[in-house]
Design a protein around this ligand. Structure first.
Ligand code: SF4
Length: 269
């Protein structure tokens, strides 16, 4: 008997993986949708997943680590995760995914678009997972993704009004303007993120989400006004050059320009 191959599709709560779930719905039987839930996601992400589940007509399996972020933080000697030390992704997302797949053979459908072919899908040397890229094969770019979401009646997740990526509310990949958005829209979460920042009383070394700037400093009125001014200027420039695009799309493209650090697909596609 031929070995059974599972078909899995990870949804991050972002636009590309959500659009891919819609795109694949009627193409592959028994496709398994999953979401790696770190327990520190935005409410908007959960709301969007509920809407998506209704459209897909089947549940999106929530994969959670046995231990939460705070437990892993202690285990990592209180070192906040960063681009160089991505223990959050490993412990809260990749390990639960490996457990979910186990020893099975699986094909993983990844939402990398035709216009970003340089990015790589998740490859795990331990698991027998083969990544495939339907948007690349079908030449579906950012506009194509937006069309899929609109036609399904979902549109973009609510957080796209102020943040262009899914993931943990304190994700260190956030741009400064997105931190300001978190401060204004979710002050309670911003406070929680602030509480994780520490400084060593002996060495004076600071442990902050953003290199060289604490969240407390970032929301000082003058600093915040400066960040907003810079963002407004970028927004105006982008609106002038792409006047026929919806505001929310222009906003996400401006936020994408504000730095060039692209996070991993498992968190943000
Ligand atoms: S969203 Fe950011 S903080 Fe959360 S697991 Fe991914 S990289 Fe880490």
């Amino acid at each position: 008997m031929a070995e059974k191959v599972r078909h899995i599709l990870g949804i991050s709560g972002g636009k590309d993986s959500s659009a891919l779930a819609i795109f694949m719905r009627d193409k592959v039987q028994d496709i398994e949708y999953f979401f790696c839930d770190t327990g520190v996601e935005l409410e908007e992400t959960y709301d969007y997943l509920h809407k998506l589940e209704k459209y897909l007509g089947k549940p999106i399996v929530r994969l959670s680590a046995e231990k939460d972020f705070d437990w892993w933080l202690v285990r990592n000697n209180y070192f906040l995760p960063s681009q160089r030390m991505r223990w959050c992704t490993v412990n809260l997302k990749l390990e639960p995914l490996e457990k979910f797949v186990g020893k099975d053979k699986a094909i993983s459908y990844v939402g990398i678009r035709y216009d970003e072919q340089g990015r790589k899908g998740y490859q795990n040397p331990k698991a027998d997972i083969t990544s495939v890229f339907p948007f690349v094969d079908h030449k579906i770019d950012k506009q194509g993704v937006m069309k899929i979401l609109e036609e399904a009646g979902l549109g973009l997740p609510e957080y796209y009004k102020w943040r262009s990526r899914s993931g943990c509310f304190f994700c260190f990949f956030q741009r400064r303007m997105e931190w300001v958005g978190l401060y204004e829209r979710h002050p309670d979460l911003f406070k929680r993120a602030m509480a994780y920042e520490k400084s060593d009383p002996v060495t004076g070394k600071r442990f902050t989400w953003i290199a060289g700037e604490s969240l407390e400093e970032l929301v000082q009125p003058e600093r915040m006004a400066e960040i907003k001014r810079k963002h407004e200027t970028e927004l105006e420039r982008e609106l002038k050059s792409k006047s026929n695009r919806p505001l929310v799309e222009v906003l996400s493209s401006v936020l994408d320009h504000e730095d060039d650090q692209l996070p991993c697909q498992i968190c943000n596609l």
